[in-house]
Design a protein around this ligand. Structure first.
Ligand code: NAP
Length: 248
């Protein structure tokens, strides 16, 4: 099927509780709005509180279900931070129906021979370690859902290593492996795991990666939402361990 042509029901995510990481900007911001407008109660995660407050107000003003805000700096999150996050979600909702692991950083576009090790560590912490730890910590809450969907943001360079993408490419290839392992191991059979490659999309990250490109030539985050809705909603219930391209 062509994911870009998927037409979701307006109540696709009614009564679902969905955590979106990196919800303050770019694709995550648009996904949070889109999920909320399809009925979900969205938990807005990010590292910049004022960006989360803006999107919170926007969701409320649209009459969508009241969201929640969860600020956490993923590059330095401690076990105690994760414990508090799980505790907060557990007390407030008692379950979780989905996670969109969207937060990510680009790092540097340079050869591995010259790749700064501190940047490598940061990219791995945000793009790989955080989604793994967050998923592991939240599995008991996901297990409380009748069926939960966990979606990891991948990339074209997460399918095949690409020159001068350094830690970013390695982290995305590894997150595809993390998704496949969770999917195959099925410790909680009601939780499924898939990856999504948004494809070239008009955001700050893309502009940083391709400074000479005309942003108007790119898909907007709104244009790729059908695939994001598809993976989070029941129409993809049978899908587990897959990796899809949002612009296909
Ligand atoms: P973006 O505009 O740069 O947004 C990334 C989001 O992640 C921001 O909200 C950012 O928060 C958050 N974030 C970054 N580091 C964080 C940290 N340490 N702790 C908490 N939150 C953090 O990027 P995007 O283009 O929307 O990308 C979204 C996802 O799609 C990423 O995983 C990216 O790798 C993937 N992707 C994007 C493209 C593309 O063309 N855009 C292509 C392939 C894959 P702040 O706003 O506070 O900085």
């Amino acid at each position: 099927m062509k994911y870009s042509e998927y037409q979701p029901r307006t109540d696709l995510l009614k009564d679902r509780i969905i955590l979106i990481t990196g919800a303050g900007d770019g694709i995550g911001r648009t996904a949070a709005l889109s999920y909320a407008l399809h009925g979900a109660t969205v938990v807005l995660h990010g590292r910049t509180l004022n960006k989360l407050e803006v999107i919170y107000d926007e969701i409320e003003s649209l009459g969508a279900p009241q969201p929640a805000i969860l600020p956490l700096q993923l590059s330095s999150a401690s076990p105690r931070d994760y414990e508090l996050l799980v505790d907060t979600l557990s007390k407030q909702f008692g379950r979780l129906d989905g996670i969109l692991h969207n937060a990510g950083i680009l790092g540097e576009r340079t050869e591995l021979a010259h790749y700064p090790v501190d940047v490598w560590d940061d990219v791995m912490a945000v793009n790989l370690r955080a989604p793994f730890v967050l998923t592991q910590e939240l599995l008991p809450l996901l297990a409380q859902s009748d069926h939960a969907s966990v979606v990891f943001a991948s990339s074209g360079v997460g399918r095949e290593a690409s020159e001068r993408w350094g830690a970013y490419s390695v982290s995305k290839i590894a997150i595809e492996a993390v998704s496949q392992l969770f999917a195959k191991e099925q410790v909680y059979p009601n939780v499924r795991f898939n990856c999504i490659n948004p494809g070239a999309t008009r955001t700050a990250m893309r502009a940083k990666a391709y400074p000479n490109e005309d942003p108007k030539s790119l898909a907007t985050p709104e244009m790729i939402m059908p695939a994001y809705l598809y993976l989070m909603g029941d129409d993809s219930l049978q899908m587990n361990g897959a990796s899809i391209d949002a612009q296909d």
